[in-house]
Design a protein around this ligand. Structure first.
Ligand SMILES: [Cu+2]
Length: 150
């Protein structure tokens, strides 16, 4: 018990300050998730900085996180290169700023089902293939810089 208490104290100290991952931010202003998702086509290929609440982090590798505006539920995914940035699972529930290039991923229905199934397995969620009835266009930020706010 004593050792556990020490470990918990060390972990909370480590998260007392903002956690900066990857390169420094370059833009001086953040957009909301809604602002980015309102006009994604005009932003594809451009550097975007977005601020939102972390609702989910990849449980396997810490290689992506989902950000939402505090008052909405529509998520924007931030993807990072495996091993370059590892997003800590403790980020869930915190506000974060992420910056990188907005990318578009075009999936056929079969690809969309495969992706959702794979992700459900990794995240330990249930999965219903019948809910995916068409191909999907997914927009996500290829993240170079992430700041988890504390
Ligand atoms: Cu991952």
């Amino acid at each position: 018990m004593k050792y556990l208490a020490i470990a918990v104290t060390a972990a909370s100290l480590a998260f007392a300050a903002d956690v900066k991952l990857g390169k420094p931010l370059t833009l001086s202003q953040s957009s909301t998730v809604a602002e980015v998702l309102a006009q994604p086509e005009t932003l594809v290929g451009k550097t975007v900085q977005v601020k939102g609440k972390v609702t989910e982090v990849c449980k396997m590798m810490g290689c992506w996180m989902a950000l939402v505006d505090p008052n909405t539920t529509k998520p924007l995914r931030i993807k990072v290169n495996d091993g370059v940035i590892v997003i800590p699972k403790e980020a869930v529930g915190k506000m974060a700023v992420a910056e990188g290039s907005l990318t578009r991923i075009q999936l056929t229905k079969e690809q969309a089902i495969g992706r959702a199934k794979h992700e459900a397995e990794e995240q330990g969620r249930s999965f219903d293939a019948s809910k995916i009835t068409s191909g999907q266009t997914i927009y996500q930020i290829q993240g170079n810089s992430i700041v988890i706010q504390n």
